[in-house]
Design a protein around this ligand. Structure first.
Ligand code: ATP
Ligand code: MG
Length: 249
């Protein structure tokens, strides 16, 4: 489909076309397209820009990733479709492992996703050999890699489901999320949530990593001062303010 760059929703339309194509290829699950729509709706409400609260959470996420002993970034179909290259770069900049983890599990889909990520360069992608099980999740979604998610101390979970976020918390991990919905269970369960669109959030986190890379003192200050619940309240307030400013009737 030809989309004119003059269209006011050009970026959104281009992304939708890409998601649709990757859904045909089996990388994005069909229900992943619906989850994307929920994200788009929240992006409207938040003003389609990185808010100061999100920027602050992105700094905290960078600090947590740099302070981690064994960080892992998990990638599902939507995260891969929207942001694969940036997520892989972030992983190599913070020394994190990358593990594919999908909600709609099948060995074929897992293989497709791992192979898709491998096309972005010389990155090691975990996920083919799922030899461990995360407690407190029913079904195949609990599968993970012993050397990846299972033994991680800090896990970044972009666009995750609340059940998995909670199970990772119960397993004692520091959980970092990217989720446009400040009310989702994932957002609330996590230690730091960037309420921001993933394609804006990840470059911001990478920039914060650059800024904090040689400043451990600052990283520790950011982590100890960060309060996810109050940061989420700021995002909710930002939505409220947007809605009151944009009274149409
Ligand atoms: P939870 O299970 O955490 O309560 P949920 O059931 O509402 O959340 P899921 O479908 O499990 O939502 O997860 C998808 C989440 O990802 C949604 O909260 C949605 O807002 C968010 N999301 C979708 N697309 C994007 C995007 N491009 N950037 C950031 N967040 C997104
Ligand atoms: Mg959910």
């Amino acid at each position: 489909m030809d989309i004119s760059p003059d269209h006011p929703r050009y970026k959104s339309l281009v992304i939708r076309e890409k998601m649709s194509k990757l859904s045909d290829q089996g990388i994005v699950a069909r229900t992943g397209l619906i989850a994307h729509g929920r994200g788009e709706a929240f992006d409207y409400l938040i003003g389609e820009k990185t808010t100061p609260a999100a920027k602050h959470a992105e700094e905290a996420i960078a600090a947590y990733l740099l302070e981690a002993q064994n960080p892992v970034i998990t990638i599902n179909g939507n995260a891969a479709a929207l942001c694969a290259e940036e997520l892989l770069k972030l992983a190599s900049e913070v020394g994190a492992k990358v593990e594919v983890n999908i909600f709609h599990w099948s060995s074929e889909r897992l293989e497709k996703l791992v192979s898709y990520l491998e096309t972005f360069g010389n990155f090691e992608i975990l996920g083919r050999n799922q030899n461990a099980v995360l407690e407190n999740i029913a079904s195949d979604r609990a599968r993970c890699c012993r050397e990846g998610i299972y033994s991680a101390d800090v896990v970044l979970i972009p666009l995750e489901d609340g059940d998995r976020a909670k199970a990772l918390k119960i397993a004692g991990k520091t959980v970092l999320a990217i989720d446009l919905n400040p009310l989702s269970r994932t957002s609330v369960e996590s230690d730091a949530t960037a309420v921001d669109e993933i394609t804006r959030a990840v470059p911001n986190i990478r920039q914060a990593v650059k800024d904090l890379k040689d400043d451990q003192k600052r990283r520790r200050e950011i982590i100890s001062a960060f309060d996810n619940r109050s940061n989420l309240n700021e995002s909710v307030n930002c939505i409220k303010d947007n809605l009151t400013q944009q009274q149409i009737f």
